[in-house]
Design a protein around this ligand. Structure first.
Ligand SMILES: Nc1ncnc2c1ncn2[C@@H]1O[C@H](COP(=O)(O)OP(=O)(O)OP(=O)(O)O)[C@@H](O)[C@H]1O
Length: 466
């Protein structure tokens, strides 16, 4: 049987790290087993769902490259189907119309609480076989079995058993004409042929109710895997409503999508003590059955470490498109100046994020706007600086414009003037950047381009004599 998993976010906000890990695990499980991955947007909460949130989720999934084989499907477009299945359940005696007002439901809740019991529906309409009628209070309730229990083997949590006596008759269609979460999910998972339901364990209490609906519909029950939650530093569940940031904010902060995926795969799963996983390795090695039972805490330091690892080791060309996105965001016009890939080569050992890289790249795409006065005084205001600038200019005017030959020019200048490398590199660095910190001097010069490098040397000479 082909394995089919689904990720089913509700578009009530952005995709956060917790949701993204669930999406990744669903995706990995389907990929490893040569199955299919389906994306479903659970947008029946009409008050909280927005088109902007749908778009934010799609953008994040696309950026993370968690490609779906089918979907996105939208629950709001399936209303007719839910109505039809609910009608079938009513016709078969597995669901019924109930007409209590809000006040009556509230009174039921209060009465139960007063007796120290769990608030639950008292079953008033369960056996009345009330026909359909126009009524603002009309709901459809599922006729949950009262005897026995629901048992399932969760792939992460192990065996779970719930007594049916604990479950009341849940509303499957609300008075506003929309299906409830637990009902729509089951109809969708059946219609979409989902074989593995992988979701956060915030849903585990829903599963026994859902299994009873599968049985009532005569459908095969899928496998379940409920993933422990990702918590924030204080130990609270990451949630888009309170304490999380969107995956796309990590993008804006300069993180790479595969660094995030690598971080997420390890947050709750391991393979020996391996930390670095390529996409292919993740697919080959991941198994939902090996996911930890305990919740995990989100830790940005480790994410930053992974990000830097990938910045340092990836083919720079493969990072260029993402880096250009950051250059644009930083307001940098790349129509003049170095090829972004060359900037990556020069800076990748020195930064943790692409955002930082874009900030530091500014000096090669426009004039130097800030001069570090102390650096100017120290490195351009000394006796040897004018000669260094002159000698460098003469040789740089002719040299093949590549970092290695430029490096040889600097050595030559040092030899000619009998100066140490520092005495040569520092004035050149200040000339090129206005500061005394920059990547290797040959890259710093190379990235300026010959014409601009020579212009900057002239300008520095004027400052040196100034
Ligand atoms: N902190 C979390 N850790 C792990 N998984 C999570 C976390 N939060 C949500 N999920 C899972 O991500 C999937 C999508 O979640 P969904 O879009 O319904 O919103 P949500 O993030 O749970 O909502 P909210 O943030 O409003 O609590 C679900 O399977 C859910 O269980």
């Amino acid at each position: 049987m082909t394995v089919r998993t689904r990720f089913a976010p509700s578009p009530t906000g952005f995709l956060h790290i917790g949701g993204a890990r669930t999406a990744l695990y669903c995706w990995l499980e389907s990929r490893r087993r040569s199955g299919q991955f389906i994306l479903r947007i659970e947008d029946t909460d009409r008050e909280r769902s927005t088109d902007a949130a749908v778009q934010a989720i799609l953008d994040a999934m696309h950026w993370l490259d968690l490609d779906a084989d089918e979907g996105p499907f939208y629950q709001t477009r399936r209303l007719e189907r839910y109505r039809q299945v609910a009608a079938e359940l009513v016709a078969a005696g597995n669901a019924y119309y109930a007409y209590e007002s809000k006040e009556e439901i509230e009174a039921m809740r209060e009465a139960a609480m007063a007796k120290g019991e769990k608030p639950r529906y008292n079953g008033h309409y369960r056996d009345r076989n009330e026909p359909y009628r126009e009524d603002p209070n009309r709901v459809i309730r599922f006729r949950n079995p009262t005897e026995g229990s629901v048992v399932f083997d969760d792939k992460v949590k192990g065996r779970i058993e719930w007594a049916n006596s604990e479950l009341d008759d849940l509303v499957i269609f609300r008075s506003d004409g929309w299906p409830t979460y637990n009902f729509a999910v089951v109809v969708d998972d059946i219609d979409m042929g989902i074989t593995e339901v992988i979701r956060g364990d915030d849903h585990v209490n829903n599963t026994p109710r859902q299994i009873n609906i599968y049985h009532a519909l005569g459908a095969a029950v899928p496998e379940f895997a409920h993933l422990p939650m990702i918590l924030d530093k204080e130990g609270k569940k990451l949630s888009k409503r309170t304490n999380s940031v969107s995956v796309m904010e990590y993008r804006a902060d300069g993180f790479l999508p595969h660094a995030i995926l690598n971080y997420l795969v390890r947050l709750g799963w391991s393979h020996g003590d391996q930390e670095i996983f390529s996409r292919e390795e993740m697919i080959a090695l991941f198994d939902i059955a090996d996911v930890n039972k305990a919740a995990s805490r989100f830790d940005t330091e480790k994410l930053a470490w992974l990000n830097q690892h990938y910045l340092k080791t990836d083919d720079p060309q493969s990072l260029a498109a993402e880096f250009e996105w950051h250059l644009q965001r930083a307001g940098i016009d790349t129509s003049h100046g170095p090829a972004p890939v060359d900037v990556i080569v020069a800076l990748r050992d020195r930064v943790h994020t692409l955002k930082e890289m874009a900030e530091r790249a500014k000096i090669w795409y426009g004039p130097i706007v800030e001069w570090d006065d102390k650096a100017v005084a120290k490195h351009l205001g000394n006796d040897s600086a004018p000669a260094v600038l002159d000698a460098a200019k003469a040789l740089l005017a002719e040299v093949e414009w590549q970092p290695a030959p430029i490096h040889r020019v600097i050595e030559q200048v040092a030899a000619q003037l009998a100066l140490g490398m520092g005495k040569v590199a520092q004035p050149l660095r200040v000339a090129m950047t206005g500061t005394q910190v920059s990547p290797s001097i040959e890259h710093t010069i190379y990235l300026a381009g010959r014409a601009e490098a020579l212009r900057r040397l002239d300008h520095a000479k004027a400052l040196a004599q100034g």
